[in-house]
Structures are given as structure tokens and as C-alpha cells.
Ligand binder design. Sequence first.
Ligand SMILES: C=C(O[C@@H]1C=C(C(=O)O)C=C[C@H]1O)C(=O)O
Length: 95
Amino acid sequence: MTAEPGSLDEVRARIDGLDAELVRLLARRQRMVEVAARFKVDEQAVRDPGRVERVIEGVVRLAAEKGLSPAVAEAVWRAMIGAFVDLELDEHRRA
Ligand SMILES: C=C(O[C@@H]1C=C(C(=O)O)C=C[C@H]1O)C(=O)O
């Protein structure tokens, strides 16, 4: 177990490191979203609100188990998926 940071600078260095991990994961997620776009026939399929709700439901349940605030998880995932759907719509319109 890593020791608790002893200063605000240390806390921030840890947060910066975690952000770098999140960026790497999000780049991998984005790649999959771009591939998903190729399987979709129209904008309704790109938006797929039913799938969005199922993703949010799963993440909120997992958050509660893993010590992440479910409210934070929901807000973050809604914003993230909204941005990915916009990206996917651009991709789809270009195709
Ligand atoms: C990636 C997909 O496309 C969109 C993006 C989603 C996401 O970022 O999780 C979920 C639903 C979709 O409307 C998908 O359908 O799975």
C-alpha cells in the first residue's frame, strides 16, 4: 500500500499521475467508440440512448462497490459519453 501523501504538492503529483493513466485509458476507449461507429447505420444508432443508460447503470453499480461516489460516476460518465457520441456523430457524418 502506498503511503498517504504528506503535502498538497504530493497530492497534486499523485493526481497528475492518475490523470495520465486516465488519458491513456480514454484514448483506448475512444478508439473503440470510433470502431463502433462503423457498425452503425444511422444517427439514431449512433446515439443509442438505451445503451447509454445501460452503461451508466453498470458504472454506477460498480462505483458503489469500488469506493467511487455514484453521483460523481454518473456525472463523469454522462459528460464523457456525450462527448464520445458527438465524436462518433462526426465520424459517421464523414463516412
Ligand atoms: C460506443 C457506442 O456508441 C455510443 C457511445 C457510447 C459510449 O461511449 O459508451 C454508448 C452508446 C452509444 O450511443 C456504442 O454503441 O456502444
